[in-house]
Write a protein that binds this ligand. Structure first.
Ligand code: SF4
Length: 378
């Protein structure tokens, strides 16, 4: 398929793997902070094709996974109300709260609907003026412009039966939180291409300089990831710590100014709790005071919910790259995509789910592809 196959070419992939092997002289640890990238890396065995000592660790890059348990419980409390139509992207419906999930609630009669855009949720509100319509506004910077636009439109149209349950998180503060941890292992980052398509990469420049860590804006296809890894390792080997852009076909340095303007008309930056990680200062979007009337937490008085993770789940260590799913005693035994116990197993983009769907550690390991010997490509 055009525009996809050309980024999945196995001959070029093997050349990139060989080039990575050629430039690498010592062990390095790299992290991607995007669930889509994690999925490709694990599914394609990219991490297993790297030279000995070069490790890919998988960061908190799955927005569904990092949505805190209490936000899910708040969604459940709101969706259970008979006067509410609760709307959400489909991937949030199976995320476990403390006692149930949105899909089970729907099966028991709650009016929970899947939408493909927050503007569709706004249309539902316009069509049902006698009901309260709530949209679960989850995601990184990528989904924020559309969610902001829905609130902005609701205000402009005077729609007072529409509100949003906001759970937006931001990538750069999470990277800084990881780098400032005494247990940090990350020596270079692959930054998520779609986040940078919206925000650009200027936010990453002070991080690269302050922590002396290379950051490569990277796409999502196998060749994108291999090239991003190569660019990061070349920087590490040369002792550089720059922000570079592998994903030039989609990302500009300043991102998308109109999308950013839309976000900051409606949202302001504030502290956010990340599932499995905890509170990170200035790491999320909140509605500005002039849009507070669209805040579902205030409208339905669910601010005070507090919860705890399942005791067997080591999601915090998974989401910070300190451990792999294979080190969790519940992995594949008590916890699977059909019955997830914790954050990284709930979405197909989560690290535990990516390992599980690739068959890792559950007796279904794919056979490695026959590779061309690196020497033969020099
Ligand atoms: S396998 Fe399940 S229980 Fe273990 S860390 Fe992953 S999500 Fe948590």
């Amino acid at each position: 398929m055009k525009y996809l196959d050309e980024y999945r070419d196995p001959v070029l992939a093997r050349k990139l793997v060989a080039e990575i092997a050629r430039v690498t002289t010592r062990p390095w640890t790299l992290m991607e902070v995007c669930g889509g990238q994690t999925h490709t890396i694990v599914k394609q065995g990219i991490d297993e094709s790297l030279p000995a000592g070069v490790r890919m660790i998988h960061g908190p890059g799955c927005p569904v996974c990092v949505t805190p348990l209490e936000q899910v419980d708040k969604a459940l409390a709101i969706a259970a109300r008979p006067d509410v139509i609760f709307t959400s992207y489909g991937d949030m419906l199976r995320v476990p709260g403390s006692t149930t999930d949105l899909l089970s609630l729907k099966a028991r009669g709650a009016d929970v609907r899947i939408v493909y855009s927050p503007l569709d949720a706004l249309k539902v509100a316009l069509a049902h003026p006698d009901r309260q319509v709530v949209f679960f506004a989850v995601g990184f910077e990528t989904t924020a412009p559309a969610n902001a636009m829905a609130v902005y439109q609701a205000a402009a149209l005077g729609v007072d039966n529409f509100s949003v349950l906001v759970s937006h998180v931001l990538v750069p503060p999470a990277m800084e939180a990881l780098l400032s941890s005494p247990r940090n292992q990350v020596q270079a980052f692959l930054a998520a291409g779609h986040v940078c398509a919206v925000m650009g990469w200027t936010e990453y420049e002070p991080i690269a300089e302050r922590y002396h860590v290379p950051i490569v804006v990277t796409g999502f296809e196998p060749l994108d990831l291999l090239e991003g890894i190569l660019m990061a390792i070349v920087q590490l080997e040369e002792g550089r710590a720059d922000v570079e852009n592998q994903y030039a076909r989609a990302v500009k340095r300043d991102g998308n100014p109109l999308a950013q303007e839309t976000i900051f008309r409606v949202f302001e930056i504030g502290d956010r709790k990340w599932r499995g990680v905890g509170m990170i200062p200035a790491s999320g979007y909140h509605l500005k005071p002039e849009f507070a009337r669209f805040d579902a937490e205030r409208r339905f008085h669910v601010e005070g919910i507090d919860t705890r993770e399942h005791p067997a789940c080591i999601a915090g260590a998974i989401l910070t790259g300190e451990k792999t799913p294979l080190e969790c005693t519940a992995y594949g035994v008590l916890c699977s995509p059909q019955k997830p116990l914790g954050a990284p197993m709930v979405s197909s983009e989560g690290t535990c789910a990516a390992f599980y769907s690739a068959g890792r550690g559950i007796g279904l390991e794919p056979r490695p592809l026959p590779m061309v010997a690196p020497e033969a490509l020099r």
